[in-house]
Design a protein around this ligand. Structure first.
Ligand code: WTA
Length: 648
């Protein structure tokens, strides 16, 4: 079996790494034996206005979930990402921007980012944004997105970045949920040579949300494309920013003041806005970025995520910039203009560290080894993977073809909720096994439990929970602490429950097996089955819908939908297309269904609960092992579904 294949730590990497085997073990041990001492020491990597003396105050008790780190310290995240580097690296590149068009690129120094961010911070203030206000960002992958995050942080506003691929409805829901008074967007974004009408989407979203919700829209001119203009509400970014002072005093924030909200999907209900705070998050993002990517001064580091996801927050913006790194931001898609683009960008900017997603690797792999022929990738030293389990085959291809069999791969497991990387190799310390996220980061105590809540020891499969808090952890769900407690702390008393299944092997390595709840992971994007179902039942022809994931070669999981039509509605191929379009428009292209099957009936228990286990098996074309169907109200619906299954 491939999992027996071990790639030992490379000696040349270990020799210069931030941590070798011994150091990892010693630091890990201290981090769990003496969290207070360990994190007090690590917090010194941050510039505080007032250094924290109270380090850890955390409880996972479901009656009193309360998570605080460094609670008497004060700081400002933008000062840590910008100001403090000016003396030592003001003229060093902070952000390399690579446009969608391969002829578009620019370098911005720390001083340039500092000055523009301050100007923007002053502009936000002039527009009436105050400490504690929520600013929504719906932006392309351009440096202004990073600067907008930092400008919010500078004045104590809370940013809520919404992925630019989400629909107007999804955006409206998030603007309302966060009670956001200002949206920052662009006229259009450009991806793969095509324009996406961001501003039009904002207009539509705000019409839906109602005029009283959002007062101002700040618009970056990215393409100069045609847009509607709402006098009194819309403001051009350059007009608001260009004449502002390049100095803006940074707000002194408490460590536990919110830095940002980020919406993500859960197994039930609408997406929830996770609340991350300032001191612990920044300490954790910066420490993990340094150790997991073994970042060395002057290296070029490229994370291919979008800033709309947590990976973009922690590992394009906050972690790298807090560490004075050179971070590359790519506007486009890896397949444009050709499938060689990713490698060509590596060569062009001499990228040393490349952090990407399994789905991107599998998409390239499907084209064969020669897709990387247009680049050499000699500058690469380290590779990283995130977002979903990486199958050993894709891991080996990533290692051999993209990394020229030279670069360790850090397979990093974490979540929007965790703020930063939780389980991952450290390249100088931990031998690699393809497909395994390997070992916990400092301060992280993984636990595997069975469905009864019994803690499992040794080599075993179980549900992954974490036994104690770490500084990067989300503190709450915005406006709904009870839901936070219910979702993460009520399944297993005293533990944070991740929603993931996991196996631990005989060497103590962790292998994430995927979600055990009703959350899908499609191309590394999280989606709740309930969200897609509620979109479908809003269509007049649909009586009932059930959504499950099924194994998909490139996306990891595809979206499989069973639809029961309303009485008298004719089941046609056109209607299938219409429903697929409906979901796509309602949520966004990432939610486009892969398969729709008509279901005259759904398998339900006598109490009316849909048995998703059966639907998942049929969708995966595993119809032999359906298990016990005798508890179904009407077992015959299963035969009907099997007979007409769409994936064989
Ligand atoms: C999955 C992304 C296996 C997992 C940072 C988790 C992974 C969800 C990995 C969080 C990995 C992320 N191996 N599974 N290396 N990384 N996942 O919130 O199911 O967008 O719960 O955060 O992605 O997705 P999210």
């Amino acid at each position: 079996m491939t999992e027996q294949h071990v790639y030992p730590v490379r000696e040349d990497i270990a020799a210069n790494a931030w941590a070798d085997k011994e150091k990892y073990l010693a630091m890990y041990q201290q981090s769990v034996d003496d969290p207070e001492g360990f994190w007090a020491e690590q917090a010194k990597r941050i510039d505080w206005f007032k250094s924290p003396t109270r380090i850890k105050h955390t409880s996972f008790d479901p009656h009193d979930v309360d998570i605080r780190w460094f609670e008497d310290g004060t700081l400002n995240a933008s000062v840590n990402c910008l100001d403090r580097h000016l003396a030592t690296r003001g003229d060093q590149t902070a952000i390399i921007w690579e446009g969608d068009d391969p002829n578009d690129a620019k370098h911005l120094t720390y001083r340039e980012v500092y000055e523009r961010t301050n100007q923007l911070a002053n502009a936000l203030k002039a527009l009436g944004v105050r400490k504690g206000d929520v600013v929504t960002l719906y932006m392309p992958m351009i440096p202004e997105a990073a600067m907008a995050m930092l400008a919010c942080a500078r004045i104590g506003a809370v940013h809520s970045v919404v992925f630019g691929g989400f629909s107007p409805d999804a955006l409206a829901q998030r603007v309302i949920g966060a009670d956001s008074k200002l949206v920052i967007t662009a006229d259009e974004s450009v991806r793969g040579g095509k324009q996406v009408p961001l501003k039009d989407n904002v207009d539509a979203a705000l019409t839906r949300a109602g005029a009283e919700v959002c007062e101002k829209v700040l618009v970056v001119k990215r393409t100069g494309g045609d847009i509607d203009w709402h006098e009194g509400r819309d403001v051009w970014f350059h007009e608001a920013v260009d004449d502002q002072s390049t100095e803006c005093a940074a707000e002194e924030m408490n460590a536990e003041d919110p830095l940002f909200i980020l919406y993500t999907s859960g197994s039930t209900g609408a997406p929830k806005g996770l609340k991350h705070t300032t001191g612990g998050y920044l300490t954790y993002a910066s420490l993990t970025h340094q150790y997991v990517f073994d970042y060395q001064d002057g290296e070029v580091y490229w994370c291919t995520a979008d800033v709309g996801w947590v990976t973009g927050h922690s590992y394009i913006v906050y972690g790298p910039l807090a560490n004075g790194a050179i971070t590359l931001m790519f506007e486009g898609v890896p397949s444009y203009p050709t499938h060689g683009r990713m490698g060509e960008i590596v060569d062009k900017h001499k990228v040393n560290i490349l952090y990407t997603a399994p789905t991107a690797v599998r998409a390239l792999m499907a084209h064969g080894d020669h897709v990387m022929d247009s680049s050499k990738r000699d500058s690469l030293r380290l590779l990283g993977s995130v977002g979903e389990p990486i199958n050993p085959e894709a891991w080996e291809w990533f290692y051999r073809v993209i990394g020229n069999s030279r670069c360790p791969i850090v397979d990093t497991w974490w979540q929007t909720e965790t703020g930063g990387i939780m389980i991952s190799p450290l390249p100088g310390a931990i031998d690699l096994k393809p497909g395994s996220a390997t070992r916990p980061f400092f301060g992280v105590q993984p636990v595997l439990l069975d469905s009864e809540g019994q803690v499992l020891e040794g080599a075993v499969d179980g549900n992954l929970a974490i036994a104690d808090s770490w500084p990067g952890q989300a503190r709450s769900i915005w406006g709904d602490h009870e839901r936070f407690v219910q979702t993460y702390f009520s399944t297993y008393k005293g533990y944070y429950f991740t929603g993931d299944g996991c196996r631990r092997d005989e060497d103590g390595y962790y292998w994430i097996t995927g979600r055990v709840d009703d959350v899908l992971n499609v191309s590394g994007h999280r989606m709740g089955t309930a969200e897609i179902e509620s979109s479908l039942v809003a269509h007049e022809t649909v009586a009932e819908a059930a959504v499950v994931g099924f194994p998909h070669d490139i996306k990891g999981q595809g979206i499989y939908i069973y639809v029961t039509l309303a009485d008298g509605v004719e089941a046609t191929e056109e209607l299938k297309k219409e429903l697929a379009q409906w979901v796509r428009k309602d949520i966004g292209p990432i939610a486009t269904p892969d398969v729709i099957q008509w279901a005259p009936g759904l398998p339900k228990t006598r109490s009316g609960k849909i048995m998703r286990r059966i639907l998942r098996k049929i969708a995966a074309n595993e119809c032999d092992g359906l298990g016990d169907t005798s508890t179904l109200a009407d077992p015959s619906v299963v035969d009907e579904l099997i007979e007409h299954r769409a994936n064989r």
